[in-house]
Design a protein around this ligand. Structure first.
Ligand code: ZN
Ligand code: ZN
Length: 674
């Protein structure tokens, strides 16, 4: 089992240019020792040359990497390599096409994207074998295969997305489907993102290709040194496109007897974000013994032009540790040379060493995270929301399903019911799966409803989006008894905001809200619920991703309560409460095998929080436990002023006083034990 008190949960990633000069490397090594680092990942590239390395460039860099890895080992650090690119990240990387002779990726519109290789190309596959063999020869003990093998993010939706459409790919598809489609016809079919023979074969082709690539890499690397751990980097796109089963298979192919190693995606976003990337999805999917290190990006290009300060870097790391990921791999500083201002980051790492270890260890060992109910595949990070009346497409950045726990400020005991269908549906959902979800009952937002109708489920659902009505300030959803929010209106939408008039058979659906103007005039019905089963679907007349406060995106209390009622309605049973917090906090609830409960609370907002109650549903189990807190120095200390007290309905409550305030941009970790 991984012990994070004895091993450092932080493994920094260092760009290649920082390794070249002896003096620069010596400074780096001193800093690493000062922060008690025991593992680092060396990039074989810099940020400025983040593409396929040509043979000559690689040959120049290998001796440097080999020498630094040996020096690190002598200093007691384990060194791994982060390969800069496999397929390549984005097209048009200047000069790439002059340096490597590969078949390049061809976009949907027929444009060649030099800098991204077509992964079916023989020369590419042979080059990957050479490249990874060379990396293995450096003495690295861990090698990460980069996250650029995916259908998306290769140069924008109109160009590099949905995969490579070169001659090799067209031929391979003709062979699989028995139908010769033109590039335009194939691209149009794939971009429809609808289940069907063509898209199933497309995904199967890419999986077979990736399986082949991984098997080749595994073979050449372990021929050099069987002790090398090969790591995968499953980003959201990868899991969405290829599915969780395939991730499991990919892990098996590269791990061969080693503890699986996964680097998942950062919580890309602004400093106050609290939305996990692919980490929790990968953790659910990977075998329990796997080691996870969450990528913490800290360059302007990756965090929405907002470089993280030492404080927000700390928060991003703690956010990963607080959900039980157990490790983080941050970058920080300048990719080309060391800068005086970087000292503040080194100081932060040193000051938080014991705290990071304690939080990581407590949430990682013998624990099960409860109450994160939403399957990754039922929700996409990036969707296109169509305003069909005005025929305007706009991209909305969608958060990960696990972040719904943060929206609700509450965690319930659920199994992984796929009860959400939100936004454009992922291409890995098959027709059978979709039919099963609809039969069981789901919360369906209007974007998913449009998608389902395109796929031919209109009849089964018996509801369609009619006119578009603009939500403006002052418009409200009036509640219905079902939502039990006697407190007042649901005024939770951002304005202006598209809401659809839903057209449904009144014998099959009932309204649970009414959409009215500020004078109370009825504009449209609001949310619909299906009256009879088997599935009791709930239809939202708007896209769920856009619900929330204009500034923060946080749902208000009334809307969150309504969503809980609707979910209970879908599931046909009341939800069992695990923990409830004030709305802005994200609670994570772990059960440990010895009966203890661990709670981590994230506060990503610029305000300290105290003087509130945590409500725990399982009072019978918890009411007599003592409360301990992970202190900034890493000690786990009994806190006499934190006392659990029994409450109504078998719940119990815990008052968080000012002495135990949850600071802004911070995490509070509590242990409830005998
Ligand atoms: Zn990346
Ligand atoms: Zn191709």
């Amino acid at each position: 089992m991984i012990d994070r008190l004895r091993t450092n949960p932080i493994s920094l990633r260092i760009w290649y240019p920082r390794l070249v000069e002896d003096a620069s490397f010596a400074r780096l090594l001193r800093q690493l020792q000062r922060i008690r680092a025991d593992r680092v990942y060396l990039f074989d590239n810099g940020y400025m040359d983040n593409f396929q390395l040509a043979p000559a460039t690689l040959a120049e860099r290998l001796p440097v990497l080999t020498k630094r890895i040996a020096q690190l080992r002598r200093a007691g650090l384990r060194a791994g390599i982060n390969s800069g690119a496999t397929v390549g990240h984005v097209g048009d990387m200047q000069g790439a096409e002059r340096l490597l002779d590969l078949d390049w990726w061809v976009a949907r519109n027929g444009a060649t994207l030099p800098g991204i290789a077509c992964p079916l190309g023989r020369r590419f596959l042979r080059w990957m074998e050479t490249y990874f063999r060379r990396l293995a020869e450096t003495g690295a003990l861990e090698i990460f295969i980069d996250d650029d093998f995916r259908l998306h993010n290769h140069g924008g939706p109109s160009r590099g997305d949905w995969g490579c459409f070169c001659g090799l790919h067209l031929t391979a598809m003709t062979k699989r489907t028995g139908r010769a489609l033109s590039r335009a016809a194939l691209a149009a079919e794939i971009a429809r993102c609808a289940p069907g023979r063509i898209s199933e074969e497309w995904i199967a082709l890419w999986k077979a290709n990736f399986r082949d690539l991984l098997a080749r890499i595994e073979k050449v690397v372990h021929a050099v040194n069987p002790r090398i751990r090969l790591g995968l980097m499953p980003v959201q796109n990868f899991i969405r496109d290829f599915g969780e089963d395939f991730l499991r298979e990919a892990i098996r192919v590269v791990s061969v007897g080693h503890r699986p190693l996964l680097r998942t995606h950062d919580y890309h976003g602004l400093p106050h974000e609290m939305f996990p990337g692919s980490g929790l999805a990968a953790k659910r999917t990977a075998p329990p013994e796997a080691e996870h290190v969450v990528e913490i990006e800290n360059l302007a290009h990756n965090v929405h032009e907002c470089q993280r300060s030492p404080r927000t870097t700390r928060y991003a790391i703690l956010s990963a540790l607080a959900v039980g990921m157990g490790g983080a791999a941050p970058t920080f500083g300048d990719s080309e040379r060391d800068m005086p201002w970087e000292q503040a980051y080194w100081d932060m790492f040193r000051a938080n060493d014991r705290f990071f270890r304690a939080v990581a260890n407590l949430t990682l060992r013998d624990t099960t995270l409860r109450g994160i109910p939403i399957r990754h595949r039922a929700y996409q990070r990036q969707v296109r929301y169509m305003d069909c009346r005005e025929n305007v497409w706009s991209d909305a950045l969608r958060e990960h399903p696990d972040s719904l726990a943060a929206h609700f400020g509450v965690a319930y005991q659920w199994d992984a019911h796929p009860v959400w269908l939100l936004g454009e549906l992922p291409s890995t959902l098959t027709r059978e799966e979709l039919a099963a979800v609809l039969n069981r009952g789901a919360v369906i937002d209007v974007a998913a409803l449009q998608c389902l109708r395109r796929l031919g489920y209109g009849e089964q659902l018996g509801v369609e989006p009619g006119d578009l009505v603009r939500y403006r300030r002052g418009h409200r959803f009036l509640p219905h008894p079902l939502n039990g929010t006697s407190g007042g209106d649901i005024n939770a939408l951002r304005a202006p905001f598209p809401v659809f008039r839903l057209i449904a058979d009144p014998s099959r659906y009932e309204e649970v809200t009414e959409f009215v103007s500020w004078t109370g005039r009825r504009i449209a019905g609001g949310i619909l619920v299906q009256k009879e089963g088997p599935g009791r679907n709930v239809i939202l007349p708007h896209a769920l991703c856009l619900v929330g406060d204009d500034a923060t995106g946080i749902m208000n209390t009334q809307y969150r309560r309504l969503m809980r009622r609707l979910l209970a309605h879908c599931l046909g049973e009341p939800l069992k409460l695990r923990i409830e917090t004030p709305p802005r906090l994200a609670p994570y609830y772990f059960e440990r095998t010895d009966g203890a409960v661990i709670v981590t609370l994230l506060n990503g907002y610029y305000d300290d929080v105290y003087g509130f109650d945590l409500v725990f549903g399982d009072g019978a189990r918890l009411a007599r436990k003592k409360v301990y807190r992970v202190m900034p120095d890493g000690r786990i200390q009994r806190r006499p002023t934190l006392r659990l007290r029994a409450a109504a309905d078998g719940a119990c409550r815990l008052r968080i006083d000012s002495r135990n305030a949850l600071k802004n941009c911070d995490v509070l970790t509590l242990l409830l034990a005998a």
